[in-house]
Design a protein around this ligand. Structure first.
Ligand SMILES: [Zn+2]
Length: 229
């Protein structure tokens, strides 16, 4: 009852006056994965292109969700992607063609869904691990615009540890004819060994003592509040 009356919004940056929050270091799954295996090196254009593609693709699947196969969505995707490539100064018709082929390959293999909320799990007294895969539909799914590497697999393992469900990990391999093939595997957290996490990695945040989520993500007190409405 007292918990419910207490505002969750007043603690930011201040020492809390009651013991419902604690300070923890929130570390992203990708930061942990990078300590396990270095990501495949890519040039700057490839990195930018991959990032723009992921954003446009995730938005398209999110907005259109189950209507994703409806005609016209691919045109909207391409238009948005072309604008983003121009803004980033890397537009070329060959990149647009490449993106369309990647899009077609992912859609054909049912790599669709909504962007899930960020999820958290406590590693120890100091560290909380955050995970946000790209999509959730039947499974949580992480897709890469490049062939799967050790970094991608390590990241999916950490995701799976946080979410406590297997992750559908998908990669794209460009064939000699310019079309794409899908690589995929189900990844679980089995055998995951956490590396030593240096103190400069992660971000200190107030987290809820009950659910280990940062306060912006905690819903523990909402439920109690609703009971009295
Ligand atoms: Zn909570």
């Amino acid at each position: 009852m007292r918990k419910a009356a207490r505002s969750r919004w007043t603690v930011e940056g201040n020492e809390p006056d009651e013991g419902f929050e604690r300070l923890a270091r929130v570390v992203k799954s990708s930061e942990i994965a990078r300590l396990i295996a270095a990501p495949t090196q890519a040039n700057e254009t490839d990195l930018l292109f991959g990032k723009i593609f992921e954003e446009c693709y995730t938005t398209a699947t999110w907005i259109y969700e189950k209507a994703f196969y409806v005609r016209g969505i691919s045109k909207k995707f391409i238009r948005k992607l072309a604008v983003e490539l121009k803004l980033a100064g890397i537009y070329s018709s060959s990149l647009v063609r490449k993106a369309y082929r990647m899009y077609s390959c992912l859609v054909k293999h049912g790599v669709i869904g909504r962007k899930p909320k960020t999820m958290f799990r406590r590693l120890n007294d100091e560290i909380v691990v955050a995970a946000q895969p790209d999509l959730v539909d039947e499974f949580y799914c992480e897709f890469k615009t490049y062939p799967l590497d050790e970094y991608a697999k390590a990241q999916a393992k950490v995701f799976s540890w946080v979410i406590e469900e297997p992750i559908r990990l998908v990669g794209l391999v460009e064939r000699e004819d310019g079309y794409f093939e899908l690589q995929e595997e189900m990844v679980n957290a089995e055998g995951l060994k956490f590396p030593n996490i240096p103190p400069d990695i992660g971000e200190f945040q107030w987290v809820c003592e009950e659910c280990d989520r940062p306060l912006d993500f905690c819903e523990c007190y909402f439920e109690e509040e609703y009971e009295y409405l």
